[in-house]
Write a protein that binds this ligand. Structure first.
Ligand SMILES: CC(C)(COP(=O)(O)OP(=O)(O)OC[C@H]1O[C@@H](n2cnc3c(N)ncnc32)[C@H](O)[C@@H]1OP(=O)(O)O)[C@@H](O)C(=O)NCCC(=O)NCCS
Length: 187
């Protein structure tokens, strides 16, 4: 498979085949099947899917975003000192998964990374209207092993009291997107 075989990442609709998606992690598959549409309709989450050009209903991967308030005293001290608020608004990357047949062992396109970069771009664009201090993810170490390094490679850092909760400051997201030529130098 090539990138040319994929459609641009788009918001989920009822047309997408949610039942056929298998990432190997039950929680991520059942969320897509049972809750992604209703959460979207209730304005609780936004869910984005990567699909195939030839079979536009086939979900290759997906991610979800919502908002999350975090206590700043759980951040590394050097960062929390600068914030001057006890709680700040962030964006939660609630789910991110690639279907088993397209994961890194079987596909060289790095589709997890592709989805993560798109999630960063969506987060950054939304944050130009409603500020968000960071993108936060609760790493799901499950049947498929521990994907912490997948996020750490992109610059995510751990909260002080919870190694499974990672964050990527918006300032870092902006750098990553600029280096990837996804946003310009002047806003
Ligand atoms: C984790 C997941 C999204 C990664 O997507 P992928 O397409 O398989 O991985 P990519 O090819 O994009 O990997 C990008 C980089 O992260 C690394 N990586 C990916 N998954 C990893 C893992 N589980 N552990 C350690 N490193 C990982 C890759 O080796 C690669 O490193 P490189 O740039 O040095 O070559 C995907 O494997 C998946 O959906 N897994 C099951 C569900 C899951 O665990 N989701 C995360 C929930 S928090």
């Amino acid at each position: 498979m090539e990138f040319a075989d994929l459609r641009p990442i788009e918001p989920i609709t009822r047309e997408h085949d949610r039942k056929a998606f298998t990432s190997g992690v039950k929680n991520l598959d059942s969320y897509l099947r049972d809750r992604a549409i209703s959460d979207t309709e209730k304005n609780l989450s936004r869910v984005f899917v990567l699909t195939l050009k030839e079979k536009p209903n086939t979900i290759v991967g997906y991610y979800s975003l919502s908002s999350l308030q975090i206590p700043t005293d759980r951040l590394p001290e050097a960062l929390s000192k600068k914030l001057n608020y006890k709680i700040v608004g962030t964006t939660l990357l609630g789910k991110l998964a690639v279907g088993e047949e397209w994961q890194r062992e079987k596909c060289k396109l790095k589709l997890g990374e592709h989805l993560l970069l798109h999630a960063m771009l969506s987060t950054w664009i939304a944050a130009q209207s409603v500020a968000s201090w960071a993108l936060v993810v609760d790493v799901l170490a499950a049947e498929k092993g521990d994907p912490t390094d997948f996020y750490v490679k992109k610059g995510f850092l751990a909260f002080q009291d919870n190694a499974a909760r990672l964050f990527l400051p918006m300032s870092t997201i902006e750098d990553v997107l600029r280096k990837a030529d996804l946003i310009g130098t002047i806003r």
